[in-house]
Design a protein around this ligand. Structure first.
Ligand SMILES: Cc1cc2nc3c(=O)[nH]c(=O)nc-3n(C[C@H](O)[C@H](O)[C@H](O)COP(=O)(O)OP(=O)(O)OC[C@H]3O[C@@H](n4cnc5c(N)ncnc54)[C@H](O)[C@@H]3O)c2cc1C
Length: 343
């Protein structure tokens, strides 16, 4: 285990914000985490706890006056092989994209569209990460977690996790209550590529790949290349990917907007609701490539807020609030951050 006091979190958040944690505790086993939780409860310590992964969806607004938890557990374990499927238990501390590469190399299929998403496996089950028409929830069957109040182990079925768009029970009722220690995935032995997402087929064609004999590695590499063209590399320009979730609006709102903006991109959700890209709304407000002090809007994708150098969490938040107000005023649509603000 690693324990550090008055510890800089700069290397633990992809925005590159300088903030300190009173204590940083990195555990190497479930037992170590349980012992920490039980000793803490026995000592009556009530200071805040925050479990982090790779810090790629966090915005520290100030120093964290409590303990930051992090897992360094690194196991991938096959629990069963049944028919077309393999069942794999993966430790929360493994880097997400290393797991995707491992699965593709092992000929376990399904995760290719989620290639290169930053962060760790534990957070994938909290955030229900998604990209190119796939979501983590499509493959998660169980989540193992430790109760941070009692140290008890609990197993959540995917249904109990209540997954939704970038959402789960761990972001609501159970926010901060559990440390995810392992995620159980069900992957297929047969490669069935999902290519419906707009632009994916075109990107494959441009690379000369034939859809009828496409390999999982080709799909993964294409997605990696497309993502690299679109998104800034956090080590070069601090960011947390999409800063806002795409708003899902009622059909009446959508129809009102479409009359005024016939070119507005949108995705049908169901008969009553439609999803509108937040990036398009922000761009239409004139924010793309603009800055407010040391916080900016990425020049190639308006959904991404960036640290232009030395920004504080409050600088990024101020930009976020200005953008929200402008989108509200122009379109009468509320956009909400996907990023977790840590106050
Ligand atoms: C360049 C870039 C591109 C991105 N693209 C995408 C994308 O395409 N799709 C997408 O969905 N996201 C994307 N993201 C956002 C981010 O990658 C995901 O939200 C990811 O799941 C965060 O993982 P993390 O390990 O960094 O979690 P953190 O940012 O450290 O934490 C995120 C949340 O999960 C909680 N958490 C983390 N680990 C645990 C654990 N073991 N137990 C309990 N709680 C935990 C934290 O408390 C926090 O609430 C992108 C981010 C960047 C920087």
């Amino acid at each position: 285990m690693v324990v550090k006091d008055n510890y800089s979190l700069r290397e633990h958040n992809t925005f590159g914000i300088e903030a300190k944690a009173s204590r940083f505790f990195e555990y190497t086993s479930v037992e170590e985490l349980q012992a920490f939780v039980r000793e803490r409860a026995a000592s009556g310590d009530e200071s805040p706890l925050l479990h982090i992964g790779g810090g790629s969806n966090l915005l520290f607004l100030k120093d964290f006056e409590g303990t930051i938890l992090h897992s360094s557990m690194q196991e991938i374990y096959v629990t069963a092989n049944e028919g077309d499927y393999v069942y794999v238990r993966v430790s929360a501390g493994i880097e997400w994209d290393a797991w995707v590469q491992y699965a593709v190399d092992s000929r376990w299929y399904g995760l290719e569209n989620l290639s290169l998403i930053p962060g760790e496996v534990g957070a994938s089950a909290v955030q229900n990460i998604g990209a190119y028409g796939a979501e983590a929830k499509d493959f998660i069957i169980f989540v193992d977690a430790v109760d941070l109040q009692t140290g008890e182990i609990r197993h959540f079925t995917a249904e109990e996790c209540r997954y939704g768009y970038r959402d789960s029970i761990f972001k609501h009722e159970l926010r901060g209550r559990y440390a995810v220690t392992h995620v159980h995935f069900r992957l297929s032995h047969e490669f069935r590529p999902r290519l419906d997402y707009s632009g994916l087929r075109r990107a494959l064609e441009q690379r000369g790949y034939d859809e009828t004999n496409l390999t999982a590695e080709q799909l993964r590499q294409t997605i990696i290349e497309v993502r690299r063209e679109k998104l800034p590399e956090p080590t070069e320009l601090g960011n947390a990917g999409s800063f806002f979730t795409n708003p899902i609006v009622e059909r009446s709102t959508f129809e009102r907007l479409l009359k005024e903006y016939p070119d507005m991109p949108h995705y049908e959700i169901d008969s009553t609701s439609v999803k509108i890209p937040a990036g398009w709304l922000i761009e239409r407000c004139g924010w793309k490539g603009k800055a407010l002090g040391r916080a900016g809007v990425y020049e190639r994708q308006a959904l991404v807020l960036v640290n232009l150098g030395g920004a504080t969490g409050e600088d990024i938040k101020a930009l976020c609030e200005r953008i929200q107000a402008d989108v509200k005023e122009k379109f009468d649509v509320a956009i909400v951050p996907e990023v977790n603000f840590i106050a």
